[in-house]
Design a protein around this ligand. Structure first.
Ligand SMILES: *Cc1c(COP(=O)(O)O)cnc(C)c1O
Length: 328
């Protein structure tokens, strides 16, 4: 009826599929962060999720739905060099589906190994001369596999929404808990925030949902002000999980309908947040995973006196790179 790609029922159904498979990550608090902002901050550390990011939720939900179908395909294809690839490979292994991951031939060895370690078959392509979507589609057609996109897919979006479902339920159950007044979520292609906004607006209607993008990659903010999807050049930012060039055709209408505001933060704010999480909360959070927190810390929005949810989206970063960034 709403015309949106997913609703609360889809997120709830995803939560049932993920129960006992995905980690129910905890809610973490920090007296230091509260003192810095004047807010009561509730962090949802998806860097502690299986394979190190919330992407496992969406990938597993999408693949589990394929297994439920009348005609189960032999497997799936994904094109990604990052967390989506590892998420699809792990979900495929758990569900007994073949997974083919189309990755640039110069993808970091650590990412290739992680994907292969989860049982994914890697097909390399030259990112300067070949079109990964065409390669993915060709493999899907030849081998009868289903293409699983990283964000613009209802089952992926619904799976990502389960992180917010858990956060809202867990914060409500705390001794001094209650409804969230605000929720900060990072934005790449918008899969995570569309699931989050659907869950948050249904359960805590007064909750303001705030998207946070890298300053260099503000495709969603621009799309919102234009009133239609705006495509930008690949942004230069350390937030490699948010280097998308446009929101999706399914995610954008949900963002338009349910997200209250989208703000941006510069890369140095991401580094400061990484240092904070490592130093104070003993958490390794990747640069993209720090977007929401950097937005909440930035002072752009008045968070004082409010109950504020903050999703830490992932923690996959090469240790040498982590050390170099936090040392600077
Ligand atoms: C994919 C990813 C994002 C962006 O998620 P979207 O659903 O594309 O908006 C943010 N953080 C991390 C760690 C990711 O892997």
């Amino acid at each position: 009826m709403s015309g949106l790609a997913i609703g609360l029922d889809d997120v709830r159904a995803a939560a049932v599929r993920l129960h006992g498979v995905a980690h129910h990550t905890p809610v973490l608090t920090s007296a230091t962060a509260d003192a810095m902002t004047g807010a009561r901050l509730y962090f949802k550390p998806e860097n502690l999720q299986r394979m190190g990011a919330f992407k496992f939720r969406g990938a597993y939900n999408a693949l589990a739905r394929l297994k439920d179908a009348d005609a189960v395909p032999p497997g799936v294809v994904a094109f990604s060099s990052g967390n989506h690839a590892q998420a699809v490979a792990l979900a495929g292994r758990l569900l007994g589906l073949e997974t083919v991951i189309v990755m640039p031939s110069d993808a970091p060895a650590i990412k290739r190994e992680a994907t292969r370690g989860y049982g994914g078959e890697i097909v390399a392509y030259d990112r300067y001369t070949q079109d990964r979507e065409a390669i993915g589609r060709d493999i899907a057609t030849r081998r009868g596999l289903v293409l699983i996109p990283p964000f613009d897919h209802p089952d992926v979006m619904a799976g990502q929404g389960t992180a917010t479902l858990e956060l809202i339920q867990d914060v409500a159950a705390l001794p001094d808990g209650g409804a969230l007044d605000m929720l900060f979520v990072c934005v790449g292609g918008g899969g995570l925030i569309s699931g989050a906004a659907v869950a948050a607006k249904a359960l805590n209607p007064a909750c303001r949902v705030i998207g946070v993008e890298p300053e260099a990659g503000d495709d969603v903010r621009r799309s919102l002000s234009a009133g239609h999807i705006v495509r930008i050049d690949p942004p230069r930012t350390i937030a490699d999980g948010a280097q998308t060039t446009a929101p999706g055709h399914l995610t954008f209408p949900i963002i338009q309908a349910l997200v209250d505001e989208v703000i941006t933060v510069p890369d140095d704010a991401l580094v400061a947040a990484m240092r904070f999480f490592a130093g104070r909360m003993k958490l390794v959070v990747e640069p993209t995973g720090c977007l929401a927190a950097a937005g909440a810390f930035s002072g752009q929005l008045d968070v004082a006196g409010k109950r504020v949810g903050v999703i830490l989206s992932g923690g996959n970063i090469d240790l040498d790179r982590f050390a170099a960034l936090v040392a600077a």
